[in-house]
Design a protein around this ligand. Structure first.
Ligand code: FES
Length: 107
């Protein structure tokens, strides 16, 4: 599937993401090195750090947030109504054409 990801410098990247590798959005961002190592995916995708926070710009129907994702976003910085944790968004056909922007790094 195709994804449009705006990095933290405001640069738009159009990338391909496989649906058959059990990846999540955070892992896609890392695989294309769209954010410096150590600034994204810090908790390893456990919904415990919010370093993978992104803003969903397209109006895709996404899976509901889990309680863990909700709880993490309640504590994170820079949260908006359209914030999601990238590590909790699994790459499926439903995400084709998704547009997201990476939230600023907390530090
Ligand atoms: Fe830590 Fe997503 S990688 S919350």
């Amino acid at each position: 599937i195709k994804l449009k990801i705006t990095d933290r410098d405001g640069v738009l990247h159009e990338v391909d993401a496989p649906t058959d590798m059990n990846m999540n959005l955070m892992e896609v961002v890392r695989s294309y090195e769209l954010a410096p190592e150590g600034t994204i995916g810090i908790c390893g995708g456990m919904a415990m750090c919010a370093s993978c926070q992104c803003y969903v710009l397209s109006d895709h129907q996404l899976p509901e947030k889990s309680d863990d994702e909700d709880a993490m976003l309640a504590e994170a910085f820079f949260v908006k109504d359209n914030s999601r944790l990238g590590c909790q968004l699994h790459i499926t056909e439903d995400l084709d054409g998704l547009e997201v922007e990476l939230a600023p790094a907390e530090d």
